[in-house]
Design a binder for this molecule. Structure first.
Ligand SMILES: Nc1nc2c(ncn2[C@@H]2O[C@H](COP(=O)(O)OP(=O)(O)O)[C@@H](O)[C@H]2O)c(=O)[nH]1
Ligand SMILES: [Mg+2]
Length: 231
């Protein structure tokens, strides 16, 4: 059924923007995944790699929220046509709502929300899933520093894995923090540049997509995508 995004968004629950976003995304069965972490953690690079790998397999839309979001949106728009930038230093559900209104949600399977932040915990934009994004160049203490976000994330992506030998990063200490803070969280080391870990991340995403939309049947195992990311 085709549903006009605007009519969904304006009729429901306008007093609680996160709930309104969640409800609207639920009606059109769009899986919304928020990728949250500090600036420089590799969020946009990960989204570029993800959108590139999913071309022809899933319709990906992206909303980037940070003070220079247009730069991120420009990068991502090489790989998907529905991209919105929200230039803000304080991303929230109202900002997301504004961007959602600009998308044709009937043409979206997966919405990736890039947002800086998370140091004070998980922001609620109305997303289905929250993924913590931390990088090896950020240092091995960042799982502890972003503990409040990690505690509410089912998945942590440790990015820039290809740089691990170039920087001081104690993976054992990092892992110990993750286990202590959220024993149930999955940890996947990824490199957007070398594609390592990306198939596992895509498989995780695909499972969440099936949970959100029982009608969805994967066409082929996404974990087999062999292409290298070339930036
Ligand atoms: N070597 C390497 N560099 C990366 C990788 N992912 C991101 N970067 C670099 O890390 C910096 C920050 O990445 P960006 O995606 O803009 O981070 P964001 O601020 O979290 O969106 C950029 O210079 C990227 O080129 C990766 O997998 N490997
Ligand atoms: Mg970015």
């Amino acid at each position: 059924m085709r549903i006009k995004a605007e009519s969904i968004m304006t009729t429901i629950n306008a007093g609680d923007p996160a709930a309104a976003n969640r409800e609207a995304l639920g009606i059109v069965r769009v899986l919304a995944v928020a990728l949250i972490g500090p600036p420089g953690a590799g969020k946009t690079a990960l989204i570029e790699a993800t959108a590139r790998q999913l071309r022809g397999k899933a319709r990906v839309a992206v909303i980037a929220m940070n003070p220079a979001a247009e730069r991120d949106a420009d990068r991502v728009s090489r790989y998907c046509d529905q991209v919105q930038a929200v230039n803000t230093a304080s991303p929230d559900a109202t900002a997301l709502r504004t961007a959602l209104l600009e998308l044709d949600l009937n043409r979206v399977d997966i919405l990736l929300i890039e947002s800086m932040g998370g140091i004070v915990g998980k922001p609620d934009f109305g997303q289905d899933q929250t993924v913590t994004i931390l990088s090896v160049t950020g240092g091995d203490d960042k799982a502890a520093a972003y503990g409040q976000l990690l505690a509410e994330s089912p998945l942590l992506l440790l990015t820039q894995a290809d740089l691990r030998r170039q920087v001081t990063f104690d993976l054992g200490a990092f892992r110990a923090d993750v286990r202590r803070i959220n024993p149930a969280a999955q940890l996947i080391e990824v490199s957007a540049f070398e594609n390592s870990g990306i198939p596992r991340w895509l498989a995780w995403l695909d499972q969440r997509r099936q949970e959100k939309n029982p009608m969805y049947r994967p066409v082929a195992p996404l974990a087999d995508v062999p292409e290298l990311y070339v930036g």
